[in-house]
Design a protein around this ligand. Structure first.
Ligand SMILES: [Zn+2]
Length: 64
């Protein structure tokens, strides 16, 4: 995509009740665009398997 989504413009919409911890970082899904997000010191970023994959992370079970 070559246009800015509303999320890229305003930031992703995080639901604090759905945030979970994978062992390394807090994780959630954007309520608006459905992107998998990862919490870094700078803020929420889209989870990028190539950059963020780590064996120490736990996958979330249950809730889809
Ligand atoms: Zn979003």
């Amino acid at each position: 995509m070559f246009w800015l989504t509303i999320c890229e413009f305003f930031g992703h919409k995080v639901d604090p009740r759905r945030v979970w911890h994978d062992g390394l970082n807090y994780r959630t899904k954007c309520r608006r665009c459905g992107s998998n997000l990862l919490r870094q010191s700078s803020g929420w970023v889209i989870f990028d398997p190539a950059a963020h994959a780590d064996d120490r992370r736990e996958t979330k079970s249950g809730d889809a």
